[in-house]
Design a protein around this ligand. Sequence first.
Ligand SMILES: [Fe+2]
Length: 251
Amino acid sequence: MVPSVPLAPSLTLQPLFPLALGMVQLASDPLDTALQMQAIRQLQAGQESNPDPGCAWTGDLNGVWQLQRHPTFVSLIKLLMGHAGAYLEGLGFERSRVALHLQRCWPVVSEAGQVVGRHHHPNAHLSAVYYLNGDGSGRSGCLRFFPPRQSNELVPGLAVGHDGPIRPESAAAAQWNAPWFDLAPRAGLLVLFPSSVEHAVLENDDPDDSRFSISLDLALTAPKAANGEPPEYLAPHPGDWQEVELGAELG
Ligand SMILES: [Fe+2]
């Protein structure tokens, strides 16, 4: 066993630039949840993958991407969006100077052995996941987040290298050079994170239970121009946009 190396008395390590993972544990009603899972099963229309059998079924690729308009989900999504506003406030945003738009909202169902590969959501600014089931053990498949950049590994790639000089079992490596963070699904848990953060869903190892979640993509714009200052920094409100005719051929 490699002995731990105590920090010199004069050395302190201070974390800089933390990534904000928002979490809210909601008290979901079992009857509502059962109805929501039943509705998702109906929306799946018998499909169980994406279509690779090892990939979970995701509504966004199967025409089910406006769940917020489905009667079974309207009140739930409204509740979730209230917490999205709180997330922005938690980051220092002034709510009156931004408009938050729900772009799309889709269910994800992962059967035993299925995963969702590593990706991010380039179309959105803020993303969220709400879990309809999960016991907190992670056996139905953790949500794995990857750090945007690992400045503390000093040499790129060391933190995920095999048998490298960073001791993966050490508390120091876990704190300063973790190659990922795994979040275990739990029924009623809402998670919020910047859409640019790479993430994946690990394999569902539970042969007796499907993993149900709802994903949400949101975009920030300026408030409507009529309501305040001209937009700056943020894109103008979509209500102030004008669609351009693309009928004519270029060149
Ligand atoms: Fe995602």
